[in-house]
Design a protein around this ligand. Sequence first.
Ligand SMILES: *Cc1c(COP(=O)(O)O)cnc(C)c1O
Length: 373
Amino acid sequence: MTGPRRWLLTPGPLTTTDSVKRAMLEDWGSWDGDFRALTAEVRRRLLAIAAAPEDRYACVPMQGSGTFAVEAALLTLAGGGGRVLIGVNGAYGQRMVEICRRAGIAHAALGLDEGEPLTAAAVDRALDDHADVTHLAVVQVETSTGILNEAAAVADLAAARGVRLIVDAMSAFGALPLDPVRHPYEAIVFSTNKCLEGVPGLGFVIVRSDALAAAARHGTAPLSLDLAAQWAYMERTGQFRFTPATHVLAAFRQALDEFDAEGGQPARLARYAANRDALVAAMRRLGLRTLLPDALQSPIIVTFLAPDDPAYRFPAFYEAMKRRGFVIYPGKMTAVESFRLGCIGAVDAEVMRGCAAACAEAMAEMGVALPGA
Ligand SMILES: *Cc1c(COP(=O)(O)O)cnc(C)c1O
């Protein structure tokens, strides 16, 4: 792939193509018919990518980063007296706990170890202990480690137990499918700047229209995060309620064109899996270890354990990588020292091998001895 100045292996934001960035060179009026058509087109295309039937689901955009959309979904759908069980095996599950805590929404956490996937069996047991739960909130890929949770099995269980499911699919949507006809959910949340490879600034919730209609009647969510009000206004006028991220949406349409041209979800998943495999193989050859066993490792982001060497310091490693053209992430684990490398964005396996080569040089520069370097 032709290189930008820096590869962002920090999803997200992540590396975007030049053509996606160029799609932002035009100004749009938010009231204008062309922009309303753009909004409608993107909403329709996202329902198609989700395989969500248009007669049962709506796609509602929400300005802000992904967390704004997660918060809007929880507050709008569970804010009217709901009781939420939240699967927690990392920072993004914990964030949903914090959202409910601050909003005064009754909730309980199903806490797991950071290296343990959320399974249907664990959710089943937790629902036995919390019989009054109305909603279940789970993360599809916990980006704080890169672990794959069992979203499809959890969705089947939630349906069987009559619990309404909200999925934070931020770092999965577009690459890892979750079919709402086979594995029903009430809402799934994602953003422009993860696997769909747009620039940051907008989140989306694909949500059951009947749940939105019910939420519109009780209307307890805060004004700007009220997903039902956003939906009702958008259905009526074709517009956002408040200033939309116009350039972000224009870039996102280009990103969707590129997603289609690549071959859609299966092709994107295949590229990310190849990226992960190339990265993990090259890093293991250097003697670095992944946090997770391969069976739990998503093709989205990989956590590597920091080398057990007193010369290793993350800030120096970060700077040494940046000088070589790679922007990386610190670990987000509470217990173990680690760093993370994303496999998503406009990058291919060659970039990932280049990243591993840069790691070898950066470690050598710090005086860290790697067995394979
Ligand atoms: C990126 C991400 C979010 C949203 O993070 P923002 O910084 O608000 O965009 C939420 N959940 C998961 C799993 C994520 O990967």
